[in-house]
Structure formats: C-alpha cells, structure tokens
Write a protein that binds this ligand. Structure first.
Ligand code: 1CP
Length: 350
C-alpha cells in the first residue's frame, strides 16, 4: 500500500508530498453523477458495494494518496433517533430541530452495527481493494449541533449560539451526546478497517475564541481523548479558523486542517509541533490552471519539505471543478521536489 499519507501524518520523511482532496468522492466526478442518477446519497451509504465503488472512484481517476469514506456528516444521526433528509441543492434538513434539554433527552444511544451496518461493511470492501489508506470521518460536535439546532444549513448559526448561551444545560447535554456518539461511530469505522479519521468542524469558524474555548474546546478535548485508544491518526479540520488554530491544536489532533485565509507557514507556526493539511482555495480551480499551479507551488514552498505536510484544498472540492485539473494538481504536487529548504518567509515567491 502507498503509505505516504500515513507517514506524513506521523511527520516522517516522504518521497513525495501526499495529496488528497476533501469532498473528492462525488461532486465533480462524472462517474459519481452516473451512480447518483440512480441512487440517493442515503441509498449509497446503505449499499456496501456502491459505497465502496464511489469511495474508490477518485482514487482511480485522480491518483490521490488517500481515500475518504463516502458518507455525510449527518449519516450517523439516524442512529440516535434524529429524522432528517438530504435535500437536493440544499443539504441536510432535520425534521424536528433541537430547542431544549428535553429534546436532547430524547436522543438514543448510538449502536454502530444497527445504525450504520452497511457503511461498516463498505469499509471492509474498500480496505481490501484500496491501494491507499482509508480516512474515516465524522462531523465535529459543534458542526453537527449547527444542523440539529438550526434544522438545516445556516450562515449565522444564531439559534445554535443562542442555545449555547441561554440554555447551558441543554448545550452541555447535546455536546455530551454528540461526543459519545462520535467516539462510538469512529471506533466502529476503525474496527472495520479505517486507517485514520478526520473530524470536520466546518462551521466552528463562526465562533470567537472565548466561545470556542468555553463551549467547544472541552468537548473536543474529551472527544480526542476518547479516540486515542483507537491508535489511529486524527485530523482536526475547520474553516475560517485562523483565529482559533492554537486553541484547536491544543484541543487535539495529530494533523490540523488549514483553510486558505491564512498562509500555510503562518498556520503551521500557530499550531506548533503538528502535521498540517491544506490549504489551496478550492475556488482557484474554477479559474486558469496557471493560477492553481502558481499558488500550489507557493504553498509547497512554505512547507519547504518539512515532514508533516499533507497537501489538500482549504475546504471541499466545488461541484463545478474540472476533474482533469484535479489530476494535474495531484501530478504537480507529486512532481514537486520535497528536499528541505531554509526556513520560509511568508510572501516569498518561487
Ligand atoms: O464528497 C465526498 O467526498 C463524499 C463524502 C462527503 C463528505 C466528506 C459528503 C457527501 N459529505 C461530506 C461531509 C460534509 N457534509 C460536511 C463536512 C465537509 C465540508 O465542510 O464540506 C458538511 C458540512 C456536510 C453537510 C452537507 N451535506 C452539505 C452542506 C450544506 C450546508 O450547510 O451548506 C450538503 C450540501 C450535503 C449533502 C451532500 N453530502 C455529500 C454529498 C455528495 C452531498 C450532495 C447531495 C447529494 O448528492 O444528494
């Protein structure tokens, strides 16, 4: 197996910088769209062979160094008794949003085999067939809470923030339930064969550092402590988190995800002795490839061949992205010389 990804996560030297893309399965791939024409996202996650197939599609086409399990962050929620649907063009919509401690008290405990049996079976199939490591994943508790409390996608997360501040007991109970669910969910993914796991805290950048430290970091700490016995590397990812990186790193994760709003060298300095993942703006892939190439080199220059850089976008692949450009980007990252260079100064160009 190509273990570049796992080596970089452990900050060991690599022959080439590993690269994979968040949301690489689905979205921009025509072969995914062909599957999606006959099966919904939820149906795919309940069909082991189909789920394995769409997970491996980008590995075959793009030549990336890791696979990410095809599922959604909302996938485990049915297992704690949350009724939701994924609406085309919208995203996850929860039938009865959580508004009180009584709503939280109605959540059930998560039984992996019952809740996501076919998905766990898919992991076994992927593990047997994949030439690269498989990354399992889950939504982080704050980001899941955003969907559960808002009832669907939101920009400001006002209900979520209000619950956090006005109903601290409900917030505590909700975080507690989501941490417990996520430890069991990721534990089952690892037992089924996932080589590493990533927590997507996609919306946590909406919080200020004080709120993060008080109302999210303790739960992330507890979550990472609960994952430690699994013995697999963990990635802690967020968007818009330039002001939170130090706190996120302190909360946990072998790898910290960086988005494009901070230069990679500055983000790396903020997280200290960790591996980092990132951080090309996915929007660049909608423009000329020259700009993608130039910016990718700028990012790789900042990593400067230091062990522990996993190349990725700063957030997910956009649906309009041309898969051929993703192939070219993978080749560029792999062909880039990774010999260590003198310390990088932000702003230098190649
Ligand atoms: O694309 C892949 O690699 C496949 C696996 C995958 C992953 C890793 C899907 C399938 N969803 C996710 C994670 C996910 N889902 C995140 C975290 C990563 C990120 O920030 O992008 C988040 C926030 C979601 C929630 C979600 N699911 C949204 C966003 C809505 C919002 O709040 O703006 C949407 C549109 C979905 C639906 C969804 N999930 C996945 C697919 C392929 C789709 C499209 C719908 C469909 O095909 O039915």
């Amino acid at each position: 197996m190509n273990d570049r990804y796992l080596r970089a996560v452990r900050r060991e030297p690599v022959d080439r910088t590993p690269v994979w893309f968040m949301r690489q399965a689905g979205r921009s791939l025509p072969e995914f769209r062909a599957v999606r024409a006959r099966a919904s996202l939820i149906e795919i996650t309940r069909d082991p062979a189909l789920c394995a197939e769409v997970t491996l599609q980008p590995v075959r086409r793009l030549g990336v160094d890791a696979a990410i399990l095809f599922a959604d962050i909302t996938t485990p929620l049915a297992g704690i008794g949350v009724a939701f649907d994924i609406e085309p063009g919208v995203g996850p919509v929860v039938e009865h949003p959580i508004a009180s401690a009584a709503d939280v008290a109605r959540l059930r405990s998560f039984e992996p085999d019952e809740a996501v049996g076919p998905l766990l079976e898919a992991i076994g199939l992927i593990r047997a067939a994949s030439p690269v490591p498989l990354i399992g994943f889950a939504g982080a508790p704050f980001t899941l809470a955003c969907y559960l409390v808002e009832g669907g996608p939101s920009r400001e997360f006002l209900r979520t923030k209000t619950l956090m501040h006005a109903e601290p007991a409900a917030w505590t109970a909700l975080m507690d339930a989501l941490v417990a669910m996520t430890i069991r969910y990721l534990g089952a993914q690892v037992a089924a064969g996932a080589h590493a796991v990533q927590l997507f805290d996609s919306w946590v950048g909406g919080l200020g550092p004080r709120d993060y430290e008080r109302n999210v970091a303790p739960w992330m700490r507890r979550l990472f402590a609960g994952l430690a016995p699994l013995g697999v590397p963990t990635t802690h990812f967020g968007v818009g988190t330039a002001g939170l990186l130090g706190l996120q790193a302190e909360a946990g994760g072998d790898v910290i995800g960086l988005d494009w709003r901070i230069a990679l060298a500055d983000g790396w300095a903020a997280v200290g002795e960790r591996a980092v993942q990132g951080n090309l703006d996915p929007a660049l892939l909608l423009g000329p490839f020259e700009t993608v190439a130039e910016t990718a080199c700028w990012i790789l220059d900042q990593a400067g061949g230091r062990p522990g850089h996993i190349f990725n976008l700063g957030h997910g692949v956009l649906p309009e992205t041309d898969p051929d450009d993703l192939c070219r980007l993978v080749d560029l990252v792999h062909e880039y010389a990774t010999a260590p260079t003198p310390p990088f100064v932000t702003g230098s160009t190649r």
